[in-house]
Design a protein around this ligand. Structure first.
Ligand SMILES: Nc1ncnc2c1ncn2[C@@H]1O[C@H](COP(=O)(O)OP(=O)(O)OP(=O)(O)O)[C@@H](O)[C@H]1O
Length: 268
């Protein structure tokens, strides 16, 4: 007897599947529902932006996907495998670059390899490649205090990509940068994602950032956050920054996201 017909069909391009996930943090006296019920699937190479009011559970959602927080209900699958603890096949970029002050840019990037016990020769090659892609050439030996905020964030992006993760989770990575540097970083991130084909979940408070970078934008409601609307950004893959921002599609999606978040139409 063959079992072939009874096997579930696995969508190999489905990298992340969040199914009925909610999170309640229980303290000794208090209990906070941080995240309402969220369902989400992300396909290989997709860039999904997540926006929502402060405290609605965006970071919590990323932490659940990373296996850093256990969902109270529901489950998360990465490549069809349930996430039960911290995962090796993801990269994480936080708002602060969190670099070690006493290590060079290169030393900070290679930390990832040391922590994971990667082959150091291969890690060095990959590190050189990423330094080139992110425009850090010439700063390999610079110490963190010698780098601008944008450069520090690029180092942290290289560190997150060193082990060639399938999924990159980014939690407001450019929130601490000035507006112009942030735009530049958006353009660079867009290019890096196209070049590496990495699948990305980005949490951001910036509407232009969410729409410029995202293939899809998920808008969440106030805590406990649920996805209140999912918008597809119908703009071709290769996006020139200035041109993209003037397209009717960019303006349509941005306007809708702003309306959902209750922010003024012209604001950021
Ligand atoms: N470890 C924790 N223990 C208890 N409560 C927590 C914990 N982590 C987060 N929370 C609470 O869960 C809610 C959601 O927090 P979270 O950081 O996920 O929101 P967020 O949408 O990322 O917010 P922001 O946009 O301000 O960064 C908040 O009320 C927060 O206080």
């Amino acid at each position: 007897m063959t079992m072939l017909h009874s096997q579930p069909r696995v969508d190999v391009d489905q990298v992340v599947a969040v199914d009925g996930v909610s999170v309640t943090f229980r303290g000794k006296r208090t209990s906070t529902q941080a995240l309402g019920e969220v369902d989400l699937t992300v396909r290989r190479g997709e860039f999904v932006s997540i926006v929502g009011p402060s405290g609605c559970g965006k970071s919590t959602l990323l932490k659940v996907v990373a296996g850093l927080v256990r969902p109270t209900t529901g489950s998360v699958l990465l490549h069809g495998e349930q996430v039960l603890g911290p995962r090796q096949d993801i990269g994480y970029v936080f708002q602060r670059a969190a670099l070690l002050d006493w290590r060079t840019a290169e030393g900070n990037i290679l930390l990832q390899a040391e922590m994971r016990g990667m082959d150091m020769a291969a890690a060095r090659r990959r590190c050189a490649e990423l330094i080139e892609i992110t425009g850090l050439s010439g700063f390999e030996r610079a110490m963190p205090h010698e780098l601008s905020g944008g450069m520090q964030q690029r180092v942290s992006l290289c560190r997150a990509l060193l082990h060639e993760p399938d999924v990159l989770l980014m939690d407001e990575p450019f929130g601490a940068l000035d507006a112009l540097t942030r735009e530049r970083m958006n353009v660079e991130l867009h290019r890096v994602c196209r070049e590496t084909g990495v699948t990305v979940l980005l949490v951001t408070h910036s509407v232009p950032e969410a729409v410029y970078l995202g293939h899809r934008v998920l808008a969440m409601g106030p805590r406990p956050g649920r996805v209140i609307e999912e918008l597809t950004v119908d703009i071709p893959g290769e996006r020139d920054y200035a041109t993209t921002l003037t397209t009717p599609e960019f303006q349509r999606v941005s306007g809708r996201v702003r309306a959902l978040l209750g922010s003024p139409q012209g604001g950021d």
